[in-house]
Design a protein around this ligand. Structure first.
Ligand code: KG4
Ligand code: ZN
Length: 338
């Protein structure tokens, strides 16, 4: 049994996963409401809240899985990237849990977790596959040939796709997080009503979303207050369509370029109904299998950290006692653990 902890941002997460990839429990205590009034995550508040919540979230995960610490064979934890104070809470707690019983510990790269979330039961994806991860902090395409590692093919050069949703939502006068609000509003809108740029920088597979938000800002300014209010639904639908088009165009280019016929998606933006619809359509057209896991596996969670840990070599006790959290991870991070 793997007990995994994840505290890289504003969700306090613990999960129990079997070596075969069966999720026994996947508990998430979201701090969303706590940060809502600030319009974004406040790092110091997030760290303190993790400290308050992590013990009970961990107990809850064990209880729901109907196991005790004595049934756990290894502990896994997100080492980075993320908010350093928030990560430290998870890493310290995981080290203490593992050391108390002399268990091995697996430090995991958060992004690796997103990339392999779809390898869990009940419908595990088999490598080789392409993974599109789009969250509030990251947007990238990765190729997976074996679940122990991944290769980034392209990534956002500026804002992440979730950030584009959040910033656009703020300009439209919607709350935080903005993605779900834009998604809901856009359902009744005309996605062709307004023209927004689809930025596909360079000849590779990188993304850029910062121009899009600026373009919305100018459009809103030009419309004036009354018209802005009246066309809000169409603005949301058109803005969302631009993000979705960009993500799905790049995913399709990567599938073709890499000769892959399986696509997995992850990150909070993978919850977007328009993105799911667009990718399902493009994949069906190309004969590509699409793995769009349930929302609980797309947004930050500890089951995906266990998913990565299944394929990594653990550090034996006491080698991990000097292990530190890392706000940024270099490419050597996953290799070091493997
Ligand atoms: O993966 P996640 O929960 O946290 C990290 O950023 O790591 O992703 C959160 C992001 C936010 O930017 C949020 O606005 C976006 O995912 N999001 C959505 C939707 N649900 C969440 N974006 C578009 N449509 C949604 N339905
Ligand atoms: Zn994440």
């Amino acid at each position: 049994m793997i007990l995994a902890l994840e505290t890289s941002c504003d969700d306090t997460c613990a999960a129990v996963v079997s070596p075969g990839g069966e999720i026994r429990s996947n508990v998430v205590a979201s701090q969303g409401l706590l940060h809502e009034r600030y319009g974004g995550v406040v790092p110091e508040i997030a760290s303190r809240r993790h400290l308050e919540l992590l013990d009970s979230v961990t107990s809850d995960a064990l209880e729901r899985a109907a196991v005790t610490l004595h049934d756990v064979d290894r502990v896994a934890v997100t080492r980075g990237p993320g908010l350093i104070g928030a990560l430290l809470v998870g890493v310290s707690s995981a080290k203490a849990l593992a050391a108390a019983r002399g268990l091995p510990l697996v430090p995991v790269d958060h992004l690796h977790g997103h990339v392999v979330a779809s390898t869990l039961e009940p419908e595990p994806i088999e490598p080789p596959y392409l993974c599109l991860v789009a969250s509030g902090g990251h947007t990238f395409l990765a190729r997976v040939d074996e679940p122990s590692s991944y290769r980034i093919l392209g990534q956002s050069l500026d804002d992440a796709a979730g950030e584009a949703f959040d910033k656009g939502a703020r300009l439209l006068g919607l709350g935080y997080p903005g993605g779900p609000a834009v998604d809901r509003l856009a359902r009744d809108g005309d996605p062709a009503a307004f023209e927004f740029p689809r930025s596909l920088p360079g000849h590779g597979l990188d993304f850029s979303f910062s121009g899009l938000k600026t373009s919305l800002l100018y459009r809103l300014r030009d419309l004036g207050e009354g018209e802005r209010e009246r066309r809000r639904v169409d603005l949301a639908a058109s803005y969302q369509r631009a993000i979705v088009d960009t993500l799905s165009t790049r995913a399709e280019q990567a599938l073709a370029g890499e000769g892959l016929d399986r696509l997995a998606i992850g990150g909070g933006v993978a919850a977007n109904s328009e993105l799911r619809r667009a990718l399902a359509e493009r994949c069906a057209h190309r004969g590509v299998g699409l793995w769009a896991p349930p929302l609980a596996l797309c947004t930050d969670n500890a089951a995906m950290i266990a998913a990565a840990a299944r394929h990594l070599v653990a550090l034996p006790y006491p080698d991990y006692l000097s292990l530190d959290a890392a706000a940024r991870l270099g490419p050597e991070a996953t290799r070091a653990a493997a």
